[in-house]
Design a binder for this molecule. Structure first.
Ligand code: COA
Length: 186
């Protein structure tokens, strides 16, 4: 099966929410689906990038990722930043590189949009494969405190060389993401 990644259209929200509900399972489904729905409509998330992975054969959406605006108000250097969340791949289509394709294409597009830094809270082993590394030790605080045992889950990647080291401080996020329940890692 071949997949392509492209920007999501406005009328694809229902299909995207279905993928998220299936990927995140019953406990978190409404929470994550609500988050996606709100992020897609949140003006404070701009610049935002919403990408879908589509199976070429049947034109079905099997994966989705959103990158939304982040700010570093205390940073000594002005930077543009983004937060990757959420990322979801339909269970039947997992482990085929689709999540990776969404991350790689997203980072490429963000770079061309002039974004300097990308943050993510997620599984360290997965995101480290795609160039992320722990953000806390580099001086970036998540919007809400991450318990020390999960410190490695809060990660950063620079899209402009040299930005890490010249920037630091508290990261703030779009209103839709600005809730402590989205900043718990287990
Ligand atoms: C995480 C997720 C997006 C990965 O999508 P995917 O298309 O299966 O990812 P890829 O095919 O690019 O990569 C798969 C690899 O990542 C690994 N991986 C998947 N989830 C992982 C996790 N939680 N921790 C570590 N590695 C993980 C797989 O083991 C696989 O490794 P392998 O190829 O060596 O076997 C998908 O599993 C998913 O939607 N999960 C449920 C929702 C979720 O947890 N989203 C991420 C929130 S941070």
């Amino acid at each position: 099966m071949t997949y392509v990644v492209r920007e999501a259209a406005e009328d694809e929200t229902d299909a995207i929410l279905q993928v998220a509900r299936a990927a995140f399972g019953s406990e978190q489904d409404d929470e994550i689906a609500t988050l996606i729905d709100e992020l897609l409509r949140d003006p404070t998330a701009d610049p935002r990038l919403s990408l879908v992975a589509v199976a070429v054969d049947d034109d079905v959406i099997v994966g989705h990722v959103i990158f939304s605006r982040a700010d570093l108000p205390q940073s000594p250097l002005a930077v543009s930043a983004s937060i990757l969340a959420p990322l979801a791949v339909y269970p039947d289509n997992q482990r085929r590189g689709i999540g990776g394709m969404l991350i790689v294409e997203g980072l490429k597009r963000l770079r061309s949009m002039g974004i300097d830094l990308v943050f993510v809270l997620g599984h360290p082993a997965y995101y480290q494969k795609h160039g992320f590394s722990p953000a806390g030790v580099r001086g970036y605080d998540a919007p809400y405190p991450i318990p020390p045992k999960h410190a490695e889950a809060w990660m950063v990647q620079e899209l402009r060389a040299g930005v890490i080291g010249k920037t630091h401080g508290q990261v703030s996020c779009a209103q839709a993401l600005d809730d402590p329940k989205y900043w718990q890692e287990d």
